[in-house]
Design a protein around this ligand. Structure first.
Ligand SMILES: Cc1cc2nc3c(=O)[nH]c(=O)nc-3n(C[C@H](O)[C@H](O)[C@H](O)COP(=O)(O)OP(=O)(O)OC[C@H]3O[C@@H](n4cnc5c(N)ncnc54)[C@H](O)[C@@H]3O)c2cc1C
Ligand code: SF4
Length: 356
């Protein structure tokens, strides 16, 4: 018998928006999150301000959580994983596991919203000494300090005078097999550069880039103000190594506009590390039998015409589980996945065939 319940896996921005939308459409939903808290990576990784609007991440995500928490149509399961799935569209039988206890639920459709994880800059071929030097950070390390409004050199506890970002760490890099652009790191580095200048007006901030990739509001709201109002220096260049000189970091590379070598001292270097599919995304792809792309993100039917259907009928995907995305794209995709998933459940209840 077909089920009128929708299963959403992942309680980040995509899963929360899908749950809110499904409840608005009057559809019963089970929202499964493997951590003890909803809110996704912006909460678990302690992000500071979120674009657009530069509002505190806890506040923004708190509003999204409040929109589903307590809704009688949304059954929230924390600390829970999906460990098995049988059946087909309209009548999936799914095993939910929490603390060693299994429960089987029947659902008509599934939305996978299991998100991303940050590229580990210590992985092979990375020459930037992330695990060697205290003052070499990642974007998520910087987010945490900015959230605490305490942006200091980890090695000394003192405010830095010179900070730089190195773009495209773990993305657009054929040597490590991540040829794709992570889409958000140019914007996020520029956002953090603004936040650093707001906290420490005397600190000089540099961004070393291959080319800056901004789209939508990121261009006018973040990139231009970073240069014009906050005097962040953007330098087209390739950084080949970081070494210690005295108590400072020395970055070495090439200024590709001037076509000359450069060696510049810094107090903090932030590696703009990219997005990779989360462990949970890879695991759920196996459990549900979903096709993945070369990088492990969930494959969609068509990147532009049908960006939410997966290789399994009745299973849809939203957010960064399908590839790098900002919140703007994540929310749009969650809405589209909800419409398709609830539509599939309703069609099946009428005895009609599911549409891809
Ligand atoms: C440093 C940084 C800063 C950023 N700042 C901004 C910004 O200012 N503005 C902006 O627009 N975008 C920003 N982004 C992008 C933004 O974080 C993503 O667009 C957004 O988090 C994607 O949401 P999601 O729900 O798809 O994934 P996630 O946020 O990763 O959420 C996925 C959720 O699924 C859960 N999960 C994973 N696997 C399973 C499983 N198998 N079972 C159950 N649950 C599971 C996870 O625990 C998590 O809660 C930033 C990204 C980075 C790296
Ligand atoms: S968004 Fe910018 S830093 Fe990130 S991979 Fe793309 S070009 Fe590189």
């Amino acid at each position: 018998m077909s089920s009128d319940t929708l299963l959403i896996i992942g309680g980040g921005p995509a899963g929360l928006e899908a749950a809110r939308g499904a409840a608005d459409l009057g559809c019963k939903t089970i929202l499964v999150e493997r951590l003890s808290r909803l809110g996704g990576t912006p909460i678990s990784a302690n992000y500071a301000a979120l674009t657009h609007g530069m509002r505190d991440a806890s506040e923004v995500m708190g509003e999204m959580i409040a929109a589903v928490d307590g809704d009688p149509l949304v059954d929230i399961r924390l600390n829970t994983s999906v460990t098995a799935c049988t059946g087909a569209a309209g009548a999936f039988s799914v095993t939910l596991t929490r603390g060693g206890t299994d429960e089987t639920v029947s659902v008509g459709a599934v939305i996978v919203a299991t998100g991303f994880e940050h590229f580990d800059p210590g992985r092979a071929n990375q020459q930037y000494g992330y695990y060697m030097y205290d003052d070499v950070l990642t974007l998520q390390d910087a987010e945490k300090m900015l959230k605490e409004k305490n942006f200091v050199r980890p090695s000394t506890g003192k405010p830095p005078e010179r900070v730089c970002f190195i773009q495209c760490v773990g993305s657009r890099d054929r040597r490590i097999g991540n040829e794709y652009c992570s889409k958000v790191c140019c914007g996020v580095a520029s956002k953090q550069a603004i936040e650093i200048r707001q906290l420490l007006p005397n600190c000089r901030v540099f961004i070393f880039y291959i080319d800056m990739r901004m789209y939508g509001y990121w261009e006018n709201e973040i990139y231009w103000p970073a240069q014009e109002k906050y005097k962040v220096s953007y330098i087209k260049g390739v950084i080949s190594e970081i070494v210690m000189k005295g108590d400072r970091l020395m970055i070495r590379g090439e200024d590709t506009t001037m076509n000359r070598p450069m060696e510049v001292p810094m107090d903090i270097v932030i590696l703009s590390n990219g997005m990779e599919p989360s462990g949970g995304t890879k695991a759920i792809a196996k459990t549900l039998g979903l096709r993945q792309n070369t990088y492990g993100f969930i494959n969609v039917a068509h990147d532009t015409l049908d960006p939410v259907s997966t290789s399994v009928p009745g299973v849809f995907v939203a957010g960064a589980a399908a590839g790098p995305k900002d919140l703007d794209d994540t929310m749009g995709m969650a809405g589209a996945a909800t419409m398709k998933a609830v539509g599939a459940i309703r069609r099946m209840a009428r005895g009609a065939a599911i549409k891809a």
